[in-house]
Ligand binder design. Structure first.
Ligand code: ADP
Ligand code: MG
Length: 734
């Protein structure tokens, strides 16, 4: 008993030293973790391609041959010629050169696996995987698992063979103790093998079909629990049926709507309908609104707020930065003019003097809409009846932040007779001592969570959105307002900077403005953007001197808030021709008169970041340009990404391609620390269809048994409680 939690060091052939290495390199500590560490591919030892039949269009081949010569060039490049009786081919190594030189001695026989390619008219394999030759005729059709490995593991004697041996021993000890993790009825319905069978076959498949069934079962399990965990939270919320009910549209909505200088796009109308249905439906809304840069999300936010206000509630719009909050505030006030709605701005730099009447207005309800930064949900702010919170451009606003918002909801009392929640009237309202426990509240009174609308312009591939925001309902604005001109994007090297400066001068002479953006540079995790952007500023000022009438503003992360705002304003208000900055301007800033976006060291940016930046231009009537300037040492992958930017403006296409090029674990911001959830076998890139299946299965389970109280579902509750499937760190999601 208790084998599952045993340390791997006690397996035969392992011991404390190797165990420590495995723990460090693979994060595998216990036998249970070991049997949940799967091969990433399988070798069919019996399927060997004769060298004469190898062509470069084959995805992968396995050849077995004798080394005839080895040639080490500059200690950097190892070329091995292999012969198998049908022909000769070359194996090339740029890494592990010394180690491979030593072991691949002339005369020795090896099994090579890799992608054949044509190079200088000859076929070779670069960095093949090298294994001991296949000599056992009984092994025909046997699939051998290949486990993820590292250079350090190989050097430490943890060979593929040893891994197989360890897995075999661990399975023998553990399988009798492994408990089925999916209910029988789900296994039957989806035709999945048991966990024991799946684990056996994922490591030591009896044949191809057993391997396929095992893979399917383990992937399904992983995706299913991920969805179940997310959806359960959602069901708990919606079943509680304590959403604020907002049946009316109200006069403010109509007044604003009728005064709009344009008509809403079909997509905007659809999304507002979806939101209206949520607001009047009786359960709390938790909706993610995705819409590309410039698709008109602000208007949707404002109209949604006006619905809340039309039902006697307050609303807030939260922006990620002070600059954005100010800009929203200015825009929104224009829309509100015909409505008579009272609107205020609350940010970190709101003075104490301004704060006092503001707080009072929020507490007594005379301020109906408040725009601001995080200050909006921070402790001291009290609302009389916050009915809707809109969170703009903060897709990192995770479950815990959303929860912080809930306590800001209005105090409601459950009315037994009508079976509905009703606001506690002002006269009955207990005084809440600052920071203290609310006194005099009856047991039924509750803060009812406001409805929440999270808006983002960062296009997230569908499978990622379903995984990380699986507990939110999704609305998409997939249509741009009419009249937007495409942004012409070009990629240039530094040799063309003089031509670019000439072009900038032309645009400025037409009355346009120009953004010049530099990447943030991190050195030892410290932000070192300043020298870079300041040098850039010097260069620009030299090329665009003040005495010729050019005004250049600079904004970066190391400036004080006031400084940033002041400089930013100079550009927004058209007093500066050029804004030199780091990515602080990335989200949301609207300067319709800007027609050129120059991005320096563009190869350092991720695709979605580039897309966001490009979205800052093309907002006015003029033709706009995005100039990507790459550094001389730009690599091939980066070059490809930049070329993709030139080829398309579709944010979702870019996001999907980005994911394909880099793999989902490598999306921006997730690079260093991996995904916020560890997937052992399923891939958000390849297993989209299974994700749909797993999600619909989880929904059906919860529809039938929302609390997972039925005996057949007890195993589900038990697995969820292990917490393996919780998203802990939303900041890792880009
Ligand atoms: P984003 O989705 O990036 O937040 P905004 O809400 O800032 O986009 O809208 C971008 C611009 O498009 C704004 O200047 C806004 O006034 C304008 N706009 C929004 N909706 C429409 C529409 N239906 N027709 C024309 N222009 C619109
Ligand atoms: Mg916006």
């Amino acid at each position: 008993m208790g084998e599952l939690t045993n340390d791997i060091q006690f397996l035969p052939g392992v011991g404390p030293k190797r165990a420590a290495l495995i723990k460090r390199e693979l994060g595998v500590n216990t036998l249970e973790e070991l049997i949940r560490f799967y091969p990433y591919r399988y070798i069919d030892r019996s399927s060997i391609t004769p060298i004469v039949s190898v062509t470069p269009d084959l995805a992968y081949v396995q050849v077995q041959g004798r080394v005839v010569s080895r040639n080490l060039i500059n200690m950097k490049h190892l070329s091995i010629i292999v012969e198998d009786g049908t022909g000769r081919m070359e194996m090339v190594f740029f890494k592990g050169v010394k180690w491979n030189f030593d072991r691949l001695a002339p005369g020795s026989v090896w099994l090579f696996f890799g992608k054949p390619q044509l190079f200088n008219g000859r076929i070779n394999i670069v960095h093949p995987e090298v294994d001991a030759p296949q000599t056992d005729p009984a092994a025909k059709g046997t699939l051998t698992g290949v486990y993820p490995s590292t250079e350090k593991l190989k050097n430490g004697g943890i060979t593929g063979k040893l891994m197989c041996k360890m897995e075999r021993a661990a399975l023998a000890l553990c399988l009798p103790e492994v408990q089925e993790s999916l209910p029988d009825y789900i296994l039957k319905k989806y035709g999945l093998p048991s966990l024991v069978l799946a684990l056996q076959n994922i490591h030591f498949p009896s044949d191809m079909s057993a391997l396929a069934a095992a893979t399917r079962r383990l992937k399904f399990e992983e995706l299913f629990y991920l969805q179940l965990s997310l959806l359960k939270q959602k069901y708990v919320r919606s079943r509680a049926a304590n959403g604020l009910v907002m049946p009316h549209v109200g006069p403010a909505f109509h007044a604003c709507y009728n005064a709009l200088p344009y008509s809403l796009t079909g997509a905007q109308q659809r999304v507002i309908k979806e939101i209206r249905a949520d607001l009047s439906g009786g359960s709390q809304m938790n909706r993610l609104l995705q819409g590309d840069v410039g698709s008109g999300k602000t208007m949707v936010a404002v109209l949604s707020c006006l619905i809340a206000i039309g039902n006697g509630y307050q609303a807030c719009i939260m922006a990620p930065t002070e600059v954005l909050a100010q800009q929203h505030f200015a825009n929104i006030q224009k829309y509100l003019a015909p409505t008579g709605v009272q609107c205020a701005l609350l940010t970190g730099s709101t003075t104490r003097k301004e704060r006092k009447p503001l707080m009072a207005g929020l507490a007594d309800g005379s301020i109906q809409l408040v725009v601001g930064t995080h200050a909006l949900i921070e402790e001291p702010v009290r609302y009389r009846a916050l009915g809707l919170a809109v969170i703009d451009e903060q897709h990192r606003f995770g479950v815990s932040q959303r929860a912080a918002l809930w306590s800001k909801g209005p105090l409601m009392r459950y009315d037994q007779r009508s079976g509905a929640w009703a606001p506690v009237s002002d006269s009955e309202r207990p005084a809440i001592p600052p920071g203290g426990a609310p006194g005099g509240r009856t047991i039924e009174d509750q803060n009812v969570p406001p409805h929440v609308l999270v808006m983002t312009a960062t296009p997230i591939p569908r499978t990622l959105a379903m995984t990380f925001y699986g507990d939110l309902d999704l609305s998409v604005i997939d249509e741009m307002p009419p009249g937007r001109k495409p942004v012409q994007t070009m990629l240039i090297g530094q040799n063309r900077l003089p031509a670019m400066y000439r072009f900038m001068r032309e645009e400025i002479s037409k009355g346009r403005q120009v953004f010049v953006v530099y990447p943030m540079i991190f050195i030892n995790e410290k932000m070192e953007d300043v020298s870079n952007v300041e040098q850039g500023y010097e260069d620009i000022v030299k090329a665009f001197p003040l005495d010729e009438g050019y005004k250049v503003a600079i904004v970066h992360g190391q400036q004080s808030n006031e400084q940033k705002l002041f400089n930013m304003k100079a550009f927004v208000e058209g007093r500066a021709h050029i804004l030199v900055s780091t990515t602080v301007i990335e989200v949301g800033v609207d300067v319709p008169n800007a027609s050129v976006m120059v991005i320096r060291s563009a190869q350092r940016f991720g695709l979605s970041q580039l897309h966001q930046l490009r979205g800052r231009v093309g907002r006015g009537a003029e033709k706009s340009y995005c100039i990507l300037v790459k550094d001389p040492k730009t690599g091939k992958d980066a070059q490809e990404r930049l070329e993709l930017m030139c080829a398309t403006e579709d944010g979702f296409e870019i996001a999907e391609k980005d994911m394909k090029m880099r793999g989902p674990g490598d999306l921006e911001g997730t690079q260093q620390s991996g995904m916020p959830i560890e997937l052992h076998i399923a891939s958000l890139l390849r297993d989209g269809a299974m994700l749909d299946e797993a999600r619909s299965c989880a929904m059906k389970v919860l529809d039938a048994d929302p609390g997972l109280d039925r005996p057949q579902n007890s195993v589900l509750l038990k697995e969820l409680r292990k917490g393996k499937y919780d998203i802990k760190d939303y900041s890792k999601i880009s």
